[in-house]
Design a protein around this ligand. Structure first.
Ligand code: ADP
Ligand code: MG
Length: 699
């Protein structure tokens, strides 16, 4: 089974490389199959006796589909996935091999964990780390390898990955959501999971051009680059027709994803040239997180097959829209009911109103955590740059919902706003009703009909962190609501009280406007502008207590995570600065000197020919280049001395502060004379492909 046109249609192809429920039903005895289905549905543990049987069936199925190896596929704190491959072979003693895979090997692996970030939870001499099978996410085959989704933890039992706390946060949410439903008289619902759908933005650039830029190779973004004559100003790219080479890439990507059971659904061009988006159909947050990792990996792999490189950095090109990842989130019962669905009469729908109120309270109380969950060096380049929400967290509800909540808070009845009919002036068209509120594209967290869309994530971020925060803070607010309902308070009283205390977090206006920053300040909302401002608050006492209360992170785990994130931020800035210095000293200056030398030669010859009194463009050019080169070298020297200071900052938080305040600023300054040099240096001399070539290079 290779592709759609040769042998089969999409339904046959979909999930063909996944050890899914239908495959299990075919290959496993009925009782074992029932046990694993129960685990997947409820998150409860699987009897250990089942493991050997499942392992053997998995191996047979994988070998049938061309696999020779297996790997525990996990998500360490690097933010990407990790895998260590073992083949199935086992020697028989007579020079032959058998293909074997035991229950023990399925359940537990023991990779050397010493090179993964642990934030001081483990010293390098204590290398032991364990991976443990997550039976709630299906195994799949990639690169002839059976990939078994697993969690990763240390010898002493602390979590070292992103999957474990995500699963813990889902359990915490489940427990509190069910309490609220019970208090409202629901005796049927057993579990509530949170679902996520991550819209993924990315750029595609020609591989041969990518290879010629050290900045793209080392850091994923351009550190220099003058603005091209045409950018995105004509807005002719957004939703525009897709170029054949990109179309071929998208088709192949869809097929690869479908084989792996990832429901890739929507593909379109995005706002910037060479920018595109893919949105899958949503799934439970844990599965959606696995899917998003697979999507990012496949985008990179498939792009290479088409001679392109997929850039997942949140701001690959200065002055051009960056890439984000919208995380759509909602709570869903085991019978498939979305608890954030307003229904026909939201004003009377207590379940909906209480879950909505829970989000409002949660977000207002934990603005810091949502901001922290998206804080990275790359996202600092994007947030607040009038293409992405600012660093201030707020909620867009839309006019109708806000009015319903206000009416409840004031104890009066809500009068429904009548829906207008849109006048298209064309009778043949169907009657279209105008929604009672417009979409708000600028809000960091918008209610979009039956879900919240968290739009602050950068494109390369794992969605685990933001969903851990959303689940945990919502669980905490639901816990408060359940307490009040259980002690006899009426649902509407609780909703009204929450609105009264937390209405400042609701903002339906333009989040990109300057006035909002002022207004948010008046409202007392947080504005943690950069990663260095935000991250250290992860370990604030309020947050340690919150995560401990819901058994998502222990204090030690939270401290270690904060350290890892801060260290990662500093390392990223350091690599970027070193790359800049190398590019300037070894490529840009030598190239510009060659050009300047040619101009100087021409100036001399002209002077000989025409005499020194004539105005001479060549001489002016040499002078202009000379002054820009001096400026570049002065700032490069400053950057080098700033980097020499780094080792003096032994605390991660202080190092991050220094990187954010000093190093990043100098990097921005160094860029200016270099970009000016690019604009006056002959094309044949400039060592790099330009923005224009990168952004418009794919036809
Ligand atoms: P837009 O571009 O308007 O934001 P898209 O259709 O591109 O919308 O993407 C919407 C995303 O939201 C999809 O990934 C979709 O599967 C997801 N989604 C839809 N409903 C839910 C829900 N109830 N919970 C989580 N995600 C959802
Ligand atoms: Mg969106």
């Amino acid at each position: 089974m290779t592709n759609i046109t040769e042998n089969c249609g999409v339904p046959e192809l979909f999930g063909s490389l996944v050890f899914s429920e239908p495959v299990m039903r075919q290959m496993l005895p009925r009782d074992i199959c029932a046990a694993i289905e129960h685990t997947i549905a409820t998150g409860e543990s699987l009897p250990s006796s089942a493991a050997d049987v499942i392992a053997s069936a998995m191996k047979d199925w994988a070998i049938e589909h061309g696999a020779t190896h297996y790997t525990h596929w996990f998500q360490p704190m690097t933010g990407v996935t990790a895998e260590k491959h073992d083949s199935f072979i086992s020697p028989t003693g007579d020079g032959q091999v058998l293909m074997e895979f035991s229950g023990g090997e399925l359940i537990k692996g023991e990779p050397d964990a010493s090179s993964f970030p642990s934030g001081g939870l483990r010293n390098t001499f204590e290398a032991r780390g364990y991976t443990a099978w997550d039976p709630t996410s299906y195994a799949f085959i990639k690169d002839r390898t059976l990939c078994i989704p697993t969690v990763f933890y240390s010898y002493s039992g602390e979590t070292l990955d992103k999957k474990t706390p995500l699963m813990r946060s889902m359990r915490a949410f489940d427990a509190q959501a069910v309490r609220v439903l019970r208090a409202l008289g629901d005796t049927e619902t057993k579990h509530v999971t949170t679902t996520a759908g991550a819209e993924q933005e990315y750029f595609l650039v020609p591989k041969e051009l990518f290879d010629r830029r050290r900045d793209l190779v080392y850091t994923g973004r351009t550190l220099f680059g003058a603005h091209p004559p045409k950018g995105q100003e004509l807005e002719d790219q957004y939703f525009g027709s897709i170029k054949p080479r990109v179309m071929a890439f998208m088709h192949e990507l869809d097929e690869e994803l479908w084989k792996l059971g990832v429901p890739a659904k929507t593909e379109h061009n995005e706002a910037a040239p060479a920018q595109h988006e893919l949105a899958p159909i949503y799934a439970s947050a844990n599965i959606a997180n696995d899917h998003n990792q697979i999507i990012m990996e496949m985008m990179k792999k498939v792009a290479l097959r088409h001679g392109m490189v997929c850039l997942l950095h949140e701001k690959p090109f200065a002055g051009v829209n960056g890439s984000g990842k919208h995380n759509n989130w909602s709570p869903c019962t085991d019978s498939g009911k979305n608890l954030l669905k307003p229904g026909k009469n939201p004003a009377e729908n207590n379940v909906f109103l209480l879950f909505l109120a829970a989000v409002i309270k949660a977000v207002d109380e934990h603005q810091d955590l949502l901001r922290i969950s998206v804080a990275t060096a790359g996202n600092d380049q994007r947030l607040g740059a009038a293409e992405a929400p600012p660093a201030i967290v707020s909620i867009h509800l839309g006019r109708e919902l806000e009015e319903i909540l206000e009416a409840i808070a004031q104890g009066r009845d809500y009068t429904e706003v009548a829906k207008d009919v849109l006048d298209t002036s064309v009778e043949a068209l169907p009657v279209l009703y105008r929604d009672t509120s417009d979409r708000n594209r600028t809000s960091p967290l918008a209610f979009t009909g039956n879900k919240f869309e968290f739009r602050m994530l950068g494109s390369s971020l794992s969605i685990a962190g933001p969903n851990i925060v959303l689940n945990t803070i919502a669980a905490d607010a639901l816990c408060y609501i359940a307490d009040r309902l259980e002690s006899g308070d009426a649902p509407r009283t609780v909703v009204g009280d929450i609105l009264k205390n937390h209405r400042r977090i609701i903002f339906n206006g333009n989040n990109y406007a300057r006035e909002w920053v002022e207004e948010a300040k008046r409202r007392g909302l947080l504005n943690l502008a950069s990663t260095a401002d935000a991250l250290p608050h992860y370990c604030d006492e309020k947050n340690v207590e919150l995560f401990e209360r819901h058994h998502v992170f222990s204090r030690a785990e939270l401290t270690s995570r904060t350290d890892i994130l801060l260290e990662n931020y500093c390392k990223t800035i350091n690599i970027e600065a070193l790359t800049m210095i190398e590019m300037i000293r070894r490529e840009i200056i030598p190239a510009v000197m060659r050009y300047s030398d040619a101009a100087a030669g021409a100036a001399l010859r002209l002077e000989q020919l025409l005499g020194g009194e004539q105005p001479c463009y060549e001489r002016e050019l040499v002078e202009r280049i000379g002054s820009l080169v001096s400026e570049t070298m002065r700032l490069t020297g400053m950057l080098e001395s700033a980097l020499r200071e780094l080792p003096n900052h032994t605390e991660h938080a202080s190092c991050a502060r220094y990187c954010g305040d000093t190093v990043v600023r100098i990097m921005e300054d160094v860029r200016r004379p270099v970009d000016a040099l690019e604009q006056i240096t002959g094309k044949d001399y400039w060592p790099y492909p330009t923005y224009g070539e990168l952004l418009f290079g794919i036809q």
